[in-house]
Design a protein around this ligand. Sequence first.
Ligand SMILES: Cc1cc2nc3c(=O)[nH]c(=O)nc-3n(C[C@H](O)[C@H](O)[C@H](O)COP(=O)(O)O)c2cc1C
Length: 405
Amino acid sequence: MGAIARRRVLKFLAASPLLGYTAAGRLLAEESLDAIQLPNFLIKSPEQALDVFDFHSVAKHTLPPAHYGYLATGTDGNETLAANRRAFKDLYLRSMRMADTSDVSLGTTLLGEPLESPIVLAPVASQGAFHPDAELATARAAKTQGHLLILSNVATKSIEDVIAARGQTVWFQLYPTNKWDTAKMMLERAERAGARVVVLTVDLNSSSNRVLLGQFIRTDDRDCSSCHGTGSVEDFARMNPMYSGSGATFADFDTPDMTWDYLGKIRGVTSMKIVVKGIVTHEDAASAIEAGADAVYVSNHGGRAEASGWGAIESLPEVVAAVDGRVPVMVDSGFRRGTDIFKALALGADSVCIGRAYIWALAAFGQPGVEKVLEMLNAELSMVMGQVGARSIADIGPQYIGVRR
Ligand SMILES: Cc1cc2nc3c(=O)[nH]c(=O)nc-3n(C[C@H](O)[C@H](O)[C@H](O)COP(=O)(O)O)c2cc1C
């Protein structure tokens, strides 16, 4: 067939109502979707963003390669990172028409705290690698947009400064250490600063194989030691103020011997509520509650822990079933759109945390970027609720979701 004749046939097929119904038409439709080349466009201000991925492009363009690699990396061949996104495609929305959704509300409560939105800022370490204002910019955005913030204990800024920037308390995330005195010191400091909840991360007790990070680092010709130092106790405390006075270094992070007793030890030194982050199985959800967890947080660390190849949203249902309403269930890993967040709420999550989505925006534009991401995700979630017919977070349930076989 000549080129002109072939174009005519393609034009006919494209206009045909059969497209999408015949095998040939479906193939063509899919191919044509893949073939759409997005124009090369980097947004210049947060207001130009159409979705969170616009911030990702700017962050990749702006950040030094090693810092971008740290943000982007998964483990091994990024199997879990990919699964986190792919898994959403197997869930579809079931819209109920003709419900009055003129007044959609995102308000909810979590561990007794009233929240304006179920969207929470996940703990992300070392935000100084992404923007000079670091966690202070994130905290100010959390304040203006009314969102709960979980502060990493490997933050560039201290909990006292972050609470001051947010104007109210934050939740404190703790990586366990193999020196109990270090953990105890941080727990006591966080509680003194006003934190009422500690989030214990349990998914990095052994190290993780971050190949993508290494691939970016080796393309970065800057001298890392001019900022990071040489890994001494002093360098570590300078970059991680929560460890100041502890004598700790990164070597103290390996805790392969940690078991569920650790929750009892925490309970012994603090009255903060305890959330266990990094749960992906019903067995661990049950153990966490038995060990005294006040909430269970489903997460595979954004695909940065192990190469399970299992998306977080896929592990959510068995955890929700095991928890059986006894404590709240939180979830993160791979959430980028209002539809993603809605799906988790429909599967029984009480709140959804975001990681890279807000860090892309922090890297791109600082506080106004993070504000825009929160504003967009709230608007997207409200829109989905309107589309399916749910007026409130409490209304959202399994009736609105189906699983593709
Ligand atoms: C750069 C980076 C640093 C992170 N630092 C921490 C941390 O200090 N503590 C922690 O519990 N989780 C940490 N996480 C994991 C996040 O809390 C969260 O589980 C993950 O980002 C969710 O996946 P997402 O990025 O796909 O949204 C980090 C994630 C990233 C991307």
